[in-house]
Design a binder for this molecule. Structure first.
Ligand code: MLT
Length: 407
């Protein structure tokens, strides 16, 4: 008899964003004439940058010739892309990362979800609350947690991100091995300073822990005193893996390209207490389970680093930041407390009522989709998240409708 992985039975019924999509579809069915404005999932809405499109087309044309055809590429990504990433995203900022430490993939969601596979099932995991649900759910699937009780999984060390700590969690009070951090943060939109991030790097070095640092929203940082990468912090090469994505900076949510940085110094320990480098293990996993991102997509991603591409991306991200500013001003005028909206596409709003109730109110009365904070964890209860990923016109209409709905 085949037995299932019972840890899957501990998971909450469905993935947050599928749950929301179902509710919105049901509402739309019942109200076919309603023009719904989506400020829920962080999915971009504007066209790919011209430089990426041109590179994409050119690569497709190459594929149409025998001479320019590309079959399986290197699983880790083509050298042209890995070198461009190392140079522009890290070395240009003084972070010592080389091309062979970069693993190109089809998404930061998959990478942040899969990376935990390298570690033992008894690893003690610290996960922020509220949090992007992927980190938690994949650890549940792997069997690193107990049951879900009273809004939390047993066995997880939760790192509360609340108004009291300005949405930057404090160091855990009990020992942990694997730490998830995300800045600029999803869902709160909060940022971390270099000094704060250094306390985490120092802690990880002291505890022989590893930080999984999700920097998918790095492009939204406009305050240059903030760290764009964890490798701007001394010592981070020994204790941190970083995840980046082309989804939010260059609009690749439907095109799929991301990368993970695994420095050669990062180690975990075997049962004899010997240091085992993580880089060859991730390489082994990547080669076994992944066949690389398509050649045209990698050429399109490479174009992000051309002068033209850089300027277009700055404009694209600036457009969404302008939306974020509009949302932040509007919710502030409505008297809500909020965080984010600067250096981030997300605005985290204290609704002072049940998150799902607020979600339903905005959907039913304003035809606006948000993300209920409770879906991101217990500390998210009472909050909603609004995303700046939509057209300026739609964001302006959404905020006006919310103003009327709450009047
Ligand atoms: C979100 O809305 O939290 C994320 O954008 C979803 C994702 O990137 O997978």
């Amino acid at each position: 008899m085949l037995h299932i992985n019972e840890h899957y039975l501990k998971l909450q019924a469905s993935y947050l964003f599928s749950d929301i999509a179902k509710r919105v579809a049901a509402f739309q069915d019942a109200n076919p004439d309603m023009d719904i404005i989506k400020l829920g999932i962080g999915d971009v809405t504007r066209a790919l940058p011209g430089a990426c499109v041109a590179a994409f087309h050119k690569a497709v044309d190459e594929m149409a010739t025998d001479a320019g055809f590309h079959g399986y590429g290197p699983e880790q990504g083509y050298a042209f892309l890995r070198e461009a990433i190392a140079k522009h995203d890290f070395q240009a900022r003084g972070a010592d990362i080389s091309a062979d430490e970069i693993f190109v993939s089809d998404g930061a969601k998959c990478d942040t979800g899969n990376f935990q596979e390298l570690f033992s099932t008894d690893a003690r995991v610290a996960i922020p609350d509220p949090v992007y649900p992927v980190y938690l759910d994949t650890n549940v699937m792997a069997g690193r947690t107990g049951e879900f009780r009273d809004g939390r999984y047993e066995g997880v060390v939760y790192l509360d991100s609340t108004k009291e700590n300005n949405y930057v969690p404090e160091l855990p009070s009990e020992p942990v091995d694997l730490i998830y951090l995300c800045f600029p943060n999803n869902p709160t939109g909060s940022t971390i300073t270099k000094e704060q991030l250094k306390t985490w790097v120092d802690y990880a070095r002291e505890e022989k822990a590893l930080i999984l640092f999700d920097a998918a929203y790095e492009a939204f940082i406009r305050d240059d005193s903030l760290p764009h990468s964890i490798y701007e912090i001394e010592g981070a090469r020994e204790v941190a893996v970083e995840f980046r994505s082309f989804s939010k900076n260059a609009g690749f949510t439907g095109t799929r390209c991301a990368y993970t940085v695994v420095p050669r110094e990062c180690v975990a320990y075997d049962s004899q207490g010997n240091r085992q480098p993580i880089h060859p293990l991730w390489n082994r996993r990547h080669c076994t389970k992944f066949n690389g991102v398509s050649y045209p997509v990698q050429r399109a991603a490479e174009a992000v680093y051309s002068d033209e591409g850089k300027a277009q991306i700055r404009e694209l991200v600036g457009y969404y930041l302008n939306n974020a500013d509009l949302i932040a001003k509007a919710v502030g005028e409505l008297g809500f407390e909020y965080v984010g909206g600067k250096n981030s596409p997300y605005i985290w709003i204290w609704g002072d009522r049940d998150s799902w109730e607020f979600f339903d109110l905005l959907l039913n009365k304003a035809g606006v989709v948000c993300t209920p904070g409770a879906g991101f964890g217990k500390c998210g209860q009472g909050y909603i998240r609004l995303s700046a990923f939509n057209s300026y016109e739609n964001v302006a209409r959404a905020m006006e409708r919310i103003r009327q709905a709450l009047a």
